[in-house]
Design a protein around this ligand. Structure first.
Ligand SMILES: C[S@@+](CC[C@H](N)C(=O)[O-])C[C@H]1O[C@@H](n2cnc3c(N)ncnc32)[C@H](O)[C@@H]1O
Length: 401
C-alpha cells in the first residue's frame, strides 16, 4: 500500500532502474524525471495508484491505467518498454502456465468472447484499420509500404498461395469485415463464402457485398465454424487470424471441420498467431492475463509444432510455412499510430475504458511481436486422405509471379 511504501520508496524503486525514459507527475503536481530526457510522462492521479508502481507487473500497471489511476502521455512505446523493464525486475518468468482450468469453448462461450472483442462498434475499428477493414497481419513487400498497400499485398499473397482460380468454391473461416472474400470474388473470380460470429461484421460484410454488386459470387454467414454445412466440398479454404479463438484442445475438431469441408487435394491456408513457448503456455509478467481478461477472453495460441501435428493428424500435408513475425510488429505499429492519432474519437466510438484497453493492447502487442514473445505463421497444406501426388508445382515460384 502506498502509505506503507511511501512516495520516496516508490521513486527510489523506479530510479533504481538506471534511467527509465519517464517523467512521473504526482497528483499534487510534483514532477520527478527518471532520466535526463524523458520520452513519456506517467501521471499518477491518486496516491493509491502508487501501489501499482511499487511491485509492478504488466497486469497491475495496465489495470491502473485502464481504471484511470494512471495516465500516459508521450511516447507510448517507450512507456511500454519501461513497464517491461519494471515487471522483469520483479523476477517473473517470460512464459507461465496460467493455472486456469482448460477452456471448454462451448459455442455460447465463444460467441460471447467474439461479441466482447469484435462488436465494440464498426466505427471504432474503422478509425484505425485500413479502408478494407482487414484485422490481421499485413504483408509488407517493402519497409515503406502503407498499411493499406500491405493489407492488399496480404490478400493477394493468400490468394496466390491458394492458387485461387475463377469459379472455384472458396471458404474464409472467420472472415471479419469481408475483405478477403470480396477480393477473392472480384479479382480472382472465385465463388466466395465467409463466416463470422460477429453480428456487426456480418451486417457490414452483407452491405459491402451489395455495394460491390457481388451477390452472385459472394456471401457471408453468421455462424460458428463447427456448424457450417456445404452441399459440395470447397476447393480452397482460408482461415486468417481466427484460429487463436479455437482453443488448443479444440484444434483437432477445428482441423477435422476443415477436412470435412475441403475437397480431396484442396488447399488450406491457416494464417494465425503462434506461441514462442514450445509448450504453448501464456506470456508471463501479467501480459497474458491482461490480454485474457480485457482483450481476447478465451484466446489461446499454440506453438507451431502443435499446429502442424494436429493438422497432420487430420490428413493435411503441410507444403509451406512462412513466419510473418516482423510483418505483425509493423502492422500493429500502424494500428497503434492510427489509434494514437484518433484517441479522442476512439473514446467517443466506444468508451473511455475500452479505448484505454485497446491503446495498451495495440502498442503492447507490437512490442510482444518485436520481442518474439509471440509469432505468426502462414501454413499452406492440402487435404491428402488418399496418398499420392499433390496438385502443386515442383517449386514455389508460383507464389511470387
Ligand atoms: C481477428 S478476426 C480476423 C478477421 C479476418 N479474417 C481478417 O483477416 O480481417 C477473427 C475472426 O474470426 C471469427 N471467429 C472467431 N471464432 C469463430 C467461430 N467459432 N466461428 C466462426 N468465426 C469465428 C470472428 O468473428 C472474426 O471474424
Amino acid at each position: 500500500m502506498f502509505l506503507a511504501a511511501g512516495v520516496g520508496q516508490v521513486l527510489e524503486r523506479l530510479g533504481g532502474q538506471g534511467g527509465l525514459p519517464l517523467r512521473v507527475v504526482l497528483w499534487d503536481g510534483r514532477e520527478f524525471p527518471l532520466s535526463d530526457e524523458p520520452l513519456a510522462t506517467v501521471r499518477v492521479k491518486r496516491p493509491q495508484a502508487l501501489t501499482a508502481l511499487s511491485h509492478p507487473t504488466l497486469l497491475s500497471l495496465a489495470e491502473a491505467y485502464v481504471n484511470g489511476d494512471l495516465d500516459l502521455e508521450g511516447d507510448l512505446d517507450a512507456a511500454i518498454r519501461a513497464a517491461e523493464s519494471l515487471a522483469r525486475d520483479e523476477g517473473g518468468p517470460l512464459f507461465v502456465r496460467d493455472g486456469a482450468a482448460p477452456r471448454s469453448h462451448t459455442r455460447e462461450e465463444d460467441s460471447a468472447a467474439i461479441r466482447h472483442h469484435y462488436d465494440v462498434a464498426n466505427g471504432f475499428y474503422a478509425l484505425w484499420l485500413d479502408p478494407r477493414m482487414v484485422y490481421s497481419c499485413a504483408y509488407f513487400r517493402t519497409e515503406s509500404d502503407s498499411l493499406e498497400q500491405a493489407q492488399l499485398n496480404k490478400l493477394d499473397h493468400i490468394c496466390r498461395k491458394l492458387r485461387l482460380d475463377a469459379d472455384e468454391q472458396f471458404l474464409d473461416i472467420g472472415c471479419g469485415w469481408g475483405a478477403l472474400i470480396l477480393h477473392a470474388a472480384k479479382k480472382y473470380g472465385a465463388r466466395a463464402t465467409g463466416i463470422t460470429l460477429s453480428e456487426q461484421q456480418f451486417e457490414w460484410t452483407q452491405r459491402r457485398i451489395r455495394e460491390e454488386g457481388l451477390q452472385h459470387r459472394c456471401r457471408v454467414l453468421l455462424e460458428d465454424y463447427r456448424d457450417h454445412q456445404s452441399p459440395a466440398p470447397y476447393d480452397k479454404i482460408a482461415s486468417v487470424g481466427m484460429f487463436e479463438h479455437v482453443g488448443i484442445a479444440n484444434l483437432p475438431t477445428y482441423f477435422a471441420t476443415v477436412r470435412r469441408l475441403l475437397r480431396e487435394r484442396g488447399l488450406f491456408m491457416n494464417h494465425g498467431i503462434t506461441s514462442s513457448s514450445s509448450d504453448g503456455v501464456a506470456v508471463g509478467m501479467g501480459a497474458g492475463e491482461f490480454i485474457d481478461r480485457y482483450v481476447f477472453p478465451q484466446g489461446e495460441i499454440p506453438h507451431l509444432h502443435r499446429v502442424v501435428r494436429d493438422m497432420s493428424d487430420q490428413d493435411f500435408e503441410v507444403h509451406d510455412v512462412e513466419c510473418l513475425r516482423p510483418h505483425y510488429a509493423k502492422t500493429l505499429r500502424h494500428w497503434s499510430a492510427n489509434f494514437e492519432r484518433r484517441l479522442s474519437q476512439a473514446v467517443m466510438a466506444s468508451s473511455e475504458k475500452t479505448a484505454r484497453v485497446w491503446r495498451l493492447y495495440l502498442a503492447g502487442c507490437a512490442h510482444a511481436f518485436d520481442q518474439r514473445w509471440t509469432s505468426i505463421h502462414q501454413i499452406l497444406a492440402s487435404r491428402q486422405v488418399n496418398p499420392g501426388r499433390t496438385e502443386l508445382p515442383l517449386t514455389r515460384e508460383w507464389i511470387y509471379r
